[in-house]
Design a protein around this ligand. Sequence first.
Ligand SMILES: NC(=O)c1ccc[n+]([C@@H]2O[C@H](COP(=O)([O-])OP(=O)(O)OC[C@H]3O[C@@H](n4cnc5c(N)ncnc54)[C@H](O)[C@@H]3O)[C@@H](O)[C@H]2O)c1
Length: 331
Amino acid sequence: MKRLHLGIIGCGEIARYMVWMAHLVPEVRVVACCADRLERAAAFARRHRIPRTCADLTEMLARPDIHAVYIAVPHDLHYPMSLAAVEAGKAVLLEKPLARTLEEGQALVRATEGHKVGVNYQYRYDSGCYALARAVRAGTLGRVHSIRINVPWHREAEYFERSPWHRAIERAGGGTLITQGSHFLDIALWALGEKPASAMGYTTTPAFDVEVETLAHGVVQTEGGTLISIVSSMVAAREGAVTIEVYGERGTAVYRNRPFPSVRFIGVRVRREHPPIWGIHALHRSLAAFVRWVLQDTPFLIPAPEALPVLSAVDGIYRSARSGQRETIIL
Ligand SMILES: NC(=O)c1ccc[n+]([C@@H]2O[C@H](COP(=O)([O-])OP(=O)(O)OC[C@H]3O[C@@H](n4cnc5c(N)ncnc54)[C@H](O)[C@@H]3O)[C@@H](O)[C@H]2O)c1
C-alpha cells in the first residue's frame, strides 16, 4: 500500500482542520466521510472535495477501499465506533479523549490490543511540548518535584449551542478537564514517564447553563511522588496562553503555546529535541505520523494504551471533586 485511503467519521469542528492537514500529507487521501445526518456529510464532502459520502458508519466500514478511519465524534461514541472499525479491519485515528469514561477506555485498550488505534493527543507533536518532554525524560532538569499547568481558555455560549453534546455528562464524560485540560495533563505524565497514583480536585460551572464543569482545579501525585497541578478553564474572560511549568532539582522549564509554541529552560543547558516528523503544525505532524505508522510501521507517539494514564488521572480528579476526598487512581 503506497497511499492510505482514509474515511472521516464525524464532520464537525476538528474534522475540518484535519481535512486541511490531510492535503499536506502526500501519503494520505481522504476518500469518504459520514456524519449523523446525510446532508451534513454531503455538505462537508462538497466543501472539502471528498469524493464519496457514506450514509453511516456501517456503510463506511463495509468499503474495502478504505484502509483507515479518523473518528471525530462525541465522546460517548469513541468506544463503540473504534471497536466496530477495528472489527472491520480498519486502522483508527481516534480523537481525544480515549473514551468518555475510564471503564470504556480500559475496555477499548483491551479489545483493540494488537491493532493500530492511535489517539490524537497532538500536543505530543507540538515542538515546545516535545522538547520539554524529551528534556524531562532525559533527566536534564534533575528530579522533578512539581509541574504546574494552566489552561486559561475562553468559550462562548455558541460552543454549546453548536454542539449540544458538550453540555451533557452522559455524552461528553465531563467538561473542560477531559476536553481541553487533558491535552496538557497528558504532556506532564508523558514527560515524567510515571503513572498517576492519587488525585484531588474541585470542579465548578461558574458560567454556562450546562451539566459539565467549565472550570476544574486538580492535583495529581504520581507514583514517584511528583505533584502535578492543573487549572483548566473555559471561562477566562480572554483566552490566555497555556503554560506548563516544570520544576526540577537542577532547573526549570516553562512551556507556552502562544504566540507560538515555545519552551524556555532556566538554570540548565538543553539540547532541544525536535518532533520526529516534519509538519507545519502539531495536528499536521500527528496525522502524518499516524499515516506512516500504518503504512511503514514507524512508531506513533500515542497508541491507545498511551492515552489511558491521562484518562485515569482525569477520572481521579472527577471522583475527588464528587467525594471531597483524595482518591486513589485506578489504571
Ligand atoms: N485534538 C484536538 O485539538 C481537538 C479539538 C476539538 C475537538 N476534538 C475532539 O474531536 C471530537 C469531536 O469534536 P468536535 O469539536 O469536532 O465536535 P462537533 O460537535 O463539532 O462534531 C462532532 C461530529 O460528530 C458527528 N456525529 C455525531 N454522531 C454521529 C454518528 N452517529 N455517526 C457519525 N457521525 C456522528 C456529527 O455529525 C458532528 O459533525 C471530540 O472527541 C473532541 O474532544 C479534538
